[in-house]
Design a protein around this ligand. Structure first.
Ligand code: ZN
Length: 188
């Protein structure tokens, strides 16, 4: 592999140079508000919800981690497929996401309770400031593909979201449009 140039396909987000990490629906238990809908799907199949290609770069504050994230289209009940979402272990570190394909939202919130839903669409960059948890949500019918970059020692804190959930959810509302609602399962 060329250490200076990495290939990512614009349409699929995939890379021939590195392996992806895959998250199947069975990895997402408890994360959607409709546990019954999730159980019903898992009785018949275990679809791939998202995957990401991330470079194996030394976890140094002086380095940068980057890659692509691909969230596939689909829903659990009326809640769109999404990533688990995370804070950074080094909370005071930021991240940038640039959308290559698809449409959706970057749902963000702080430990103090501020939240923001930033639209993800091709040609737009989303800045995730330090302290903000972030989760990508695919509201379209094609894969949502983003390119991300953050400080290499930031780390991922998935546990806080797994325990508490997000304050907000994005579901398919009336007329098939995305709607932001309070998470009935949010656990303060
Ligand atoms: Zn991150």
């Amino acid at each position: 592999m060329n250490p200076f140039v990495i290939g990512f396909d614009l349409k699929t987000g995939k890379s021939d140079d590195i392996q992806s990490t895959k998250r199947y629906l069975s990895d997402m238990k408890g994360m959607y508000f409709d546990d019954k809908a999730l159980g019903d799907i898992l009785e018949n199949e275990n679809p791939l919800v998202y995957e990401f290609y991330e470079l194996d770069i030394p976890n140094l504050p002086s380095d940068l981690l980057f890659g692509t994230s691909i969230v596939y289209p689909g829903k659990v009940g009326n809640e769109y497929y999404m990533t688990k979402g995370h804070f950074h272990e080094v909370l005071e570190t930021a991240e940038v996401y640039y959308t290559l394909n698809g449409e959706g939202y970057m749902l963000m919130e702080t430990p103090e309770g501020d939240w923001y839903a930033a639209q993800l669409k091709p040609g737009k960059a989303v800045y995730v400031p330090p302290r903000w948890a972030h989760r990508s949500i695919n509201c379209g019918d094609t894969p949502l593909i983003t390119f991300f970059c953050f400080r290499a020692d930031a780390g991922h804190d998935y546990g806080t979201i797994e325990e508490k959930g997000y304050r907000k959810l994005i579901v398919e509302g009336k007329e098939g449009k995305p709607e932001i609602i309070d998470n009935p399962k949010w656990n303060r």
